[in-house]
Ligand binder design. Structure first.
Ligand code: ACO
Ligand code: PYR
Length: 536
């Protein structure tokens, strides 16, 4: 084991400096709970000197009794005033947190240009501010802003800033690559030189402007930094902060440093997804370690090898970070994709099964027509079960009609549906706020007497995509529908050159899938019956 690393999470502070990321005090409380369970050592909650929301957060978070140390953020005192007169420092002390992080200038250019003060006054601002925090018995963390740019420009001054904070009692000297422009070899060199000059715990805080924030953090740790600052999913100012969801597993699984317990690392994927939900920020499917495609295999050659041994195309076991392997089925699939997917569904399929090749051909043909099964797992499952004779007809469409009317400035849609269920014809009409909603309402109305469970299913998302835009109005459209019964969520697909027909296909698949649970039970019962087993 190479050594222990302190994880400092700044999702609630620097993370919210990212464009589009805004968290209420409630959101922050929820995220703080998750971060605590994940086992981070420090949670930087926000700037009490900046806004009332953060003041409220620091008041409420005390009730949570977290294991992680809460830190409040602010800057060194303003120029030419006493610490007692500095509102930001007062708010930090009043917030009652055990630790505080103060950002202070370490680049002479910034002192002259941004602060517009003298180099000596900046050193006094640093000294006074840390001495003040220590008077209150707080753990004090110095975020040495622009440290690497400062060191390259004037190493003596950058080191003098660190020394001042250290003399005043700062417990951590955190070297910041604030503009995110430094390269890993420079980080490694400079951190090593700082360690030669100063005997103090060193931290690292990097930004992702050159897409090197994770690499730079790892380089700093190799050179002796023992605190890593970063955010969940890399949220943060401009291009973001260093992403803890990548740093932690890299340090722990590849470099043998210890950050959090192994069982806590298994929560990483769920924490990343939880935070993205709360922040309402789309998570890239290909996000390393925790993205839904991080261990998804699409190419037939890959799937064939992964089925023999996952190590062939996976750099770690996905379970170590709480993720899971997925097999995607598309026009790039070979037999292995289908076999793997079918086995996941409990279907008895193998390479010698006569159906397998014809199913692949069918899927490839459908994908060529515009279907996309990668994002429509439920339609794929129905297709596979059908091919293996494992579905029954729930109803048969006889006809449907749509009326769309604009009257008194209001749009109105009405659908009339005629379906046949078990030989019985049912005829219903329903209105909706759009044609698809009307169709959905009319179909449910027809089916509910036979299948009451469908009333618990709602459509949660509806997406339309024109497949061949060049073809203008003659183009086909692909409709993807997401449905949920609040325990499960599933996606279905429909394709047609008519948007209503494409929607109908996706809608019917959604309802068939919702009722698949009872079908599966029936087919299991039938099998048990054939085998002479008693059903309980
Ligand atoms: C690298 C980082 O991420 S640092 C953190 C950045 N985050 C934020 O700024 C978010 C929270 N900030 C805020 O809410 C506000 O900016 C506040 C409350 C801190 C200050 O607001 P204002 O008083 O209106 O000042 P404003 O934001 O316009 O300018 C910043 C001031 O801080 C001064 N300042 C900047 N860094 C420091 C520092 N390390 N130490 C002391 N003063 C500093 C600037 O010189 C400027 O002062 P000036 O107006 O006399 O030139
Ligand atoms: C402190 C900080 O957020 C930075 O220097 O980037």
């Amino acid at each position: 084991m190479a050594g222990g690393i302190y994880v400092f999470d700044t999702t609630l502070r620097d993370g919210t400096q990212g464009e589009g990321i805004s968290l209420s005090a409630d959101d922050k409380i929820k995220i703080a709970r998750k971060l605590d369970k994940l086992g981070v050592h420090y949670i930087e909650g926000g700037n009490p000197g900046s806004n009332n929301k953060d003041i409220e957060f620091f008041k409420r978070v005390k009730e949570l009794k977290l294991n992680a140390k809460l830190t409040a953020f602010g800057s060194t005192r303003r120029k030419n005033i006493a610490v007692e007169q500095d509102g930001n420092l007062q708010r930090i002390v009043e917030s009652g947190v055990p630790a505080a992080t103060l950002v202070g200038k370490a680049w002479d250019f910034h002192v002259h240009t941004a602060l517009q003060t003298t180099l000596e006054e900046n050193l006094s601002m640093i000294y006074d501010s840390f001495a003040y925090l220590k008077q209150y018995g707080m753990e004090a963390i110095y975020d040495a802003e622009h440290f690497f740019d400062g060191f390259k420009n004037n190493p003596d001054y950058a080191l003098a800033a660190l020394r001042k904070a250290h003399e005043a009692g700062a417990d951590w000297l955190v070297l910041c690559d604030t503009n995110g422009g430094t390269l890993p070899n420079e980080i490694r060199d400079i951190v090593a030189r700082v360690r030669n000059e100063l005997n103090a715990p060193i931290g690292i805080h990097t930004h992702n402007d050159c897409e090197l924030a994770v690499a730079n953090t790892l380089a700093a740790v190799q050179a002796g930094a023992t605190q890593i600052q970063g955010t969940i999913n890399g949220y943060g100012e401009r291009c973001g902060n260093a992403n803890l969801c990548s740093i932690i597993p890299n340090l722990q699984l590849k470099m043998q440093y210890h950050c959090i317990a192994d069982e806590q690392m298994q929560q990483l994927t769920s924490v990343a997804r939880y935070v993205s939900e709360i922040a309402n920020a789309h998570m890239p499917v290909g996000q390393p370690f925790v993205g839904s495609a991080a261990f998804a295999h699409k190419g037939g050659i890959h799937v064939s090898a992964v089925m023999k041994d996952s190590k062939t195309y996976e750099h770690i076991a996905p379970e170590l970070v709480g993720n899971k392997q997925r097999v995607l089925v598309s026009e790039l699939a070979g037999q292995s994709n289908i076999i793997s997917k079918a086995q996941e569904m409990g279907l008895d399929v193998n390479a010698n099964n006569e159906h397998t090749k014809s199913i692949i051909d069918k899927i490839k043909d459908l994908e060529h027509q515009g279907y996309q099964f990668e994002g429509a797992d439920a339609s794929l499952e129905l297709l596979l079960r059908e091919a293996f004779g494992q579905t029954k007809e729930i109803f048969r469409l006889e006809s449907f009609k749509m009326l769309v009317e604009k009257s008194a400035g209001q749009m109105m849609s009405e659908a009339i549906v005629k379906v046949n269920v078990d030989g019985q014809t049912v005829y219903t009409a329903a209105e909706g706020n759009g044609p698809v909603n009307a169709l959905d309402n009319a179909l449910r109305k027809a089916l509910v007497q036979f299948y009451p469970d469908i009333m618990g299913v709602v459509l949660s998302d509806y997406k339309v995509r024109v497949i061949d835009e060049k073809d203008a109005t003659a183009a086909k459209v692909r409709v993807m529908i997401e449905s949920t019964d609040f325990d499960n969520t599933w996606s279905t697909v429909g394709v047609s050159d008519n948007i209503i027909e494409a929607s109908w296909e996706a809608l019917v698949d959604s309802i068939r899938y919702a009722l698949l649970g009872s079908e599966k039970q029936e087919s299991e019962q039938a099998t048990r019956g054939q085998l002479g087993l008693v059903n309980h």
